[in-house]
Design a protein around this ligand. Structure first.
Ligand code: NAD
Length: 247
């Protein structure tokens, strides 16, 4: 079913991991997908991997921490594809350290990407969503934003911050038929997981009632639900995709 065939969907951080899986997911459903990612090489690789006959996908090199670059990407996307219907603020980084060891740089880098990047992209795409009276904004939080995590003071602050932004924007933008929701993934088996020792992975699995790690597709499916007409009356929600690890 090509349920997104008339939709233009921007996915930040779409070059890898969860974002890449979301790119494939939306293309399969007929959307026009534009990847905004800072990693050009990986973005181009992803593009050639996910493109199939008839699907429309594009890559734009964007550092979401830079408001001018984001503004240019918004203009370029609208110029090329006419509109932005859905923004998925998926780009995110970690720079883990305990409060005793963390450097100011490690703090600031994570704030810049995970919080200011979300703010920049959202602020930039909103005017044309308001003009059209339609929009879907989906932010990527984390279970860490709900419950904290040892050694992630910077990451937890941003992922909680994203929830505050989501709820505030849901209140501000609802009257324009723009929904704003957040997804809070748990332990997801992306490339990153390959660097984690097996013992730690097994511990994660053990702590998760569904007894497995999540897949990027589990998160991409939730993005797709929130972007769909079925979710038209859902706004300001935070949906955990975590195998019940947080209950
Ligand atoms: P990933 O590292 O595989 O992908 C992140 C992408 O974001 C990369 O392609 C990277 O180039 C891009 N990016 C980073 N900084 C950027 C910037 N300034 N501008 C534009 N693009 C930038 O990460 P992932 O595991 O797929 O995570 C995706 C999202 O899900 C993140 O927000 C992350 O915090 C969140 N999350 C992931 C997990 C997990 O277990 N993987 C769990 C909870 C939440």
């Amino acid at each position: 079913m090509k349920r997104f065939k008339d939709k233009v969907i921007v996915i930040t951080g779409g070059a890898s991991g969860i974002g890449k899986s979301a790119v494939s997911r939306f293309l399969r459903d007929g959307a026009t997908v534009v990847i905004w990612d800072v990693n050009e090489a990986q973005g181009q690789d992803t593009l050639s991997e996910v493109r199939s006959n008839g699907s429309i996908a594009d890559f734009m090199k964007v550092n979401t921490t830079n408001p001018e670059e984001v503004e240019q990407a918004t203009l370029a996307t609208i110029q090329k594809f006419g509109q932005i219907d859905v923004l998925i603020n998926n780009a995110g980084i970690t720079r883990d350290a305990t409060i005793k060891k963390i450097t100011y740089n490690e703090w600031q880098q994570v704030i810049d990407v995970n919080l200011t990047g979300v703010f920049n992209c959202t602020r930039s795409v909103i005017p044309q969503m308001i003009d059209k009276g339609y929009g879907r904004i989906i932010n990527t939080s984390s279970v860490v934003g709900l419950y904290g995590n040892f050694g992630q003071v910077n990451y937890a602050a941003t992922k909680s911050g994203v929830i505050g932004m989501t709820k505030t924007l849901a209140k501000e933008l609802g009257k324009h038929n723009i929904t704003v929701n957040a997804v809070a993934p748990g332990f997801i088996a992306t490339e990153m997981v390959k660097t984690i020792p097996e013992k730690v992975i097994n511990l994660m699995i053990d702590k998760t009632p569904l007894k497995r790690l999540g897949t990027p597709e589990d998160v991409a499916n939730t993005y797709a639900f929130l972007a769909s007409d079925e979710a038209a009356f859902i706004s300001g929600a935070v949906i955990s995709v975590d195998g019940a690890v947080t209950i």
